[in-house]
Design a protein around this ligand. Structure first.
Ligand SMILES: [Cu+2]
Length: 281
């Protein structure tokens, strides 16, 4: 990571250290595992991971939330290209990378996510830190992994993300669960889950979530984030562990409709219908 990055990005990398290698040794039927950790002095990511399903434990010992998103750079795209395009036309960014999603890990906690990797060059971005953190890793060919030969994690719930709705039951059981998040749409999707104050009507809660999209400081609106799944490209899926307490929740996607015909038609997915309420008992 020396000459490849311009000065600004290299500065971000100062915080990031890389461990040597994740072990690809595993018994049959068991998925390879790896740990990605955030600490006060930066993020530690294995230098290489095997292709196929990998169970990753995100471990946060820092005092700030850790909000990593993993992405695979498309072939012939450099990290420079990707960072340079950030903040620009979101439609153009979809040409550069495949987003694998990610979640929020609060201080002093861990979250397990199983990703399905194809070989290539990858990056982890964490914008929750005071300074944005960037780490890179590669996913290597693994002759032992044939498509479909690995045992997928058992999912308590399969959540389909489509254009523009969540395929999720309106009533769910409380407690620890594994969700399979599956993007079956034609563009990126994400999932923000808010716990809704019992005193609010659903109409008021919906208005509040819609307002959070444009509010200058959404934290003042009193929305309590219970779970977060960061943008995931079409045809991507991942398994994530989460634990919801009983209550009413709103599920929403904030991304813009990059397939809209004109800029005027480019509404958020939420405005196009990707907002839903669920009851957890
Ligand atoms: Cu969406």
């Amino acid at each position: 990571m020396s000459t490849f990055y311009p000065r600004a990005i290299r500065a971000l990398l100062v915080l990031v250290t890389a461990a040597l290698t994740a072990s690809a040794m595993y018994a049959q039927d068991e998925l390879p595992t790896a740990t990605i950790s955030a600490a006060a002095d930066g993020v530690t990511v294995p230098e290489t991971l095997p292709e196929g399903l990998v169970a990753i434990t995100f471990d946060n010992t820092a005092e700030a939330p850790f909000v990593p998103i993993l992405l695979r750079l498309n072939d012939d795209v450099t990290m420079d290209d990707f960072m340079g395009a950030m903040g620009g036309d979101p439609g153009q960014m979809t040409e550069l990378a495949t987003l694998k999603g990610g979640t929020q890990i609060n201080p002093a906690s861990t979250v397990e996510v199983t990703y399905d990797f194809t070989p290539g060059n990858y990056a982890l971005l964490n914008f929750a830190a005071e300074e944005p953190q960037v780490a890179t890793f590669t996913v290597e060919d693994d002759a032992a992994v044939e498509s479909g030969s690995q045992t997928e994690p058992e999912a308590d719930l399969k959540v389909a993300l489509v254009d523009f709705a969540f395929g999720i039951p309106v009533e769910l059981k409380a407690g620890e669960q594994t969700w399979l998040l599956d993007n079956r749409g034609q563009q990126w999707h994400e999932m923000v889950v808010y716990k809704i104050d019992d005193k609010l009507s659903l109409a008021d809660a919906k208005a509040l979530v819609l307002e959070s999209m444009t509010a200058e400081d959404p934290s003042t609106l009193g929305l309590e984030q219970a779970f977060l799944w960061l943008p995931m490209s079409e045809e991507q899926h991942a398994w994530v562990n989460l634990d919801l307490e009983p209550g009413t929740y709103a599920v929403a996607c904030y991304l813009p409709d990059v397939n809209a015909e004109t800029e005027e038609d480019m509404h958020s997915h939420m405005e196009n219908g990707m907002i839903q309420f669920i009851t957890v008992e």
